[in-house]
Write a protein that binds this ligand. Structure first.
Ligand code: ADP
Length: 476
């Protein structure tokens, strides 16, 4: 029997060599696998470190997030507190101002010696200046706190511009400066936008133009910028003057709060340096920006473009529907209104006295109560033609009292909110609470008068209401 030995080594030596090679290969491969194992272990160790670091950084991130959320909540709370503080300050400041201005107005309406009249007029002017500064600071803080919101209504743009000119023409005349207004005939009258804020910007700019111009010209101009869009309306407003002008290096800083082009300005012309800061913030709120073009000694032009909407509906009550009969004065009005009953709900004694005096001068019969609960009782007991309702009162506030009166009486009289609380969208809040309108304190005689006309004209017992002729429009 023969055995087949394939690949048999030729000799023992060969066998040994082959065996040695195999051993070496085995050793190498063992070493290699040891190295690989070491490497793998090392990688695992690294991975551990990385995972550890990752989990630590996740932990840190979580802690950071928690800290950030705590900080954000603290900042929000601080902002809230600031807004509350402002709202309260606004209330606390406006209430006594209401008393000072109102009472001064009342005494000015009585028989006085020339000197007394002059001194009291000075009191009134100082109070008006103080109120302007307070309003500027409050407005500025409101915008800063993001609390100022636009309140668009339908209004007559032409009338709004003419009113500005009418209001400022006396001051321009005192400076021997000619004030004029140019309105593009292509601009529709009926528009929709925040008329109060737009007017505020235009008054600020026109006021400045008059302030810094002697014996010259100031022109307020409104031009329509053609649009394809049917509903939108772009208007370019510009206010030009031939006054002192502003050096190029000051033309941007004047838009910053509390900045004036020349430090002697305050001494000479007064002012806080807030007007332009507020105006440009308001313009930004309306999606616009104020530009300036000025040369010292030649004059300045401030301009901005504002987007409004064309309004097709009829104008809001009070903007167009007033019955005006120029030439008649308060005494005529008193005759017509004699006998109409007004209820005043107001907790501040000075404001009660002021309202009673003003309304009695107009010829109304006045009843006062000091809180909302009594207002409801009175409104149920007696038929009133109109109710003036303070908002913040002890026991029951004006909102609740209004709700109750409206719920109890099938035909309630108009209820007008009276408030010194000037933060937030008060007008809207009042209307939502069922009130018919809103008067912000300090209330001037003219404002009160116009409000009464608006809500009482056409009512039984109401006369055709004339326009007041005594005095100039007040400064509010
Ligand atoms: P102020 O209450 O001081 O007038 P503003 O913010 O309205 O505050 O204006 C800031 C400054 O800009 C003014 O003090 C004045 O130096 C300058 N200024 C504004 N408008 C005019 C203008 N039409 N002509 C010249 N200077 C102006």
């Amino acid at each position: 029997m023969t055995m087949e030995h394939r690949h048999l080594p030729n000799s023992y030596n060969d066998l040994l060599r082959e065996n040695q090679i195999l051993r070496q290969e085995l050793l190498i491969s063992r070493q290699a696998s040891d190295i690989t194992a070491e490497l793998v272990a090392e990688q695992f160790a690294n991975l551990d470190i990385v995972l550890n670091e990752l989990s630590q950084s996740l932990q840190t991130e979580k802690t950071l997030r928690q800290e950030m959320s705590i900080a954000r909540k603290a900042a929000e709370a601080a902002n809230e507190a600031k807004s509350d503080f402002l709202a309260n300050m606004s209330h606390e400041i406006r209430t006594p101002m209401n008393g000072i201005i109102g009472m001064t107005d009342l005494v000015l309406g009585t028989e006085l010696h020339e000197d007394q009249k002059k001194y009291l007029q000075m009191v009134k002017n100082s109070a008006a200046r103080l109120l302007k500064v307070i309003n500027d600071i409050l407005d500025f803080s409101k915008v800063e706190a993001g609390k100022l919101k636009l309140d668009p209504i339908d209004f007559d743009l032409h009338e709004a511009l003419e009113n500005i000119i009418h209001m400022l023409s006396l001051r321009a005349g005192q400076k021997n400066t000619h004030l004029c207004c140019e309105i593009d005939p292509a601009l529709p009258r009926n528009v929709h936008g925040d008329s109060n804020r737009l007017t505020q910007v235009l008054i600020n700019l026109t006021n400045n133009a008059i302030k810094f111009t002697d014996n010259g010209f100031v022109r307020l101009r409104a031009i329509s910028i053609p649009q394809r869009n049917e509903t939108d309306l772009y208007v370019k407003f510009s206010i030009s003057d031939t006054g002192i002008g502003i050096p190029a290096d000051k033309q941007q800083v004047i838009f910053e709060a509390f900045c004036q082009a020349d430090s002697s300005t305050t001494r000479k012309h007064g002012g806080t340096g807030l007007g332009l800061a507020i105006s440009s913030q308001l313009a930004a709120l309306m999606g616009s920006k104020i530009y300036i073009d000025s040369k010292p000694g030649i004059g300045s032009t401030f301009w901005f473009t504002c987007r409004l909407q064309k309004s097709h509906g009829s104008l809001q009550e009070g903007n167009a529907a007033q019955v005006r009969q120029p030439g008649l004065s308060y005494p005529d009005l008193m005759d017509g209104m004699r006998g109409m009953k007004i209820l005043v709900a107001e907790d501040e004694a000075i404001n009660q006295t002021l309202m009673t005096a003003l309304l009695t001068q107009f010829g109304f019969t006045v009843t006062t109560v000091e809180n909302g609960r009594k207002a409801v009782e009175e409104a149920v007991r007696e038929e009133y033609h109109l109710i003036l309702m303070d908002l913040q009162m002890p026991d029951m506030d004006g909102f609740e009292a209004t709700g109750k009166i409206k719920a109890i009486r099938p035909c309630p009289p108009p209820i007008i909110a009276l408030t010194a609380y000037a933060m937030g969208r008060d007008r809207e809040k009042c209307l939502q609470a069922g009130m018919d309108d809103y008067l912000s304190k300090p209330v001037s005689r003219e404002q009160l008068y116009e409000m009464l006309i608006r809500h009482l004209s056409g009512r039984e017992g109401a006369p055709g209401f004339p326009e007041p002729t005594s005095g100039t429009p007040d400064m509010f």
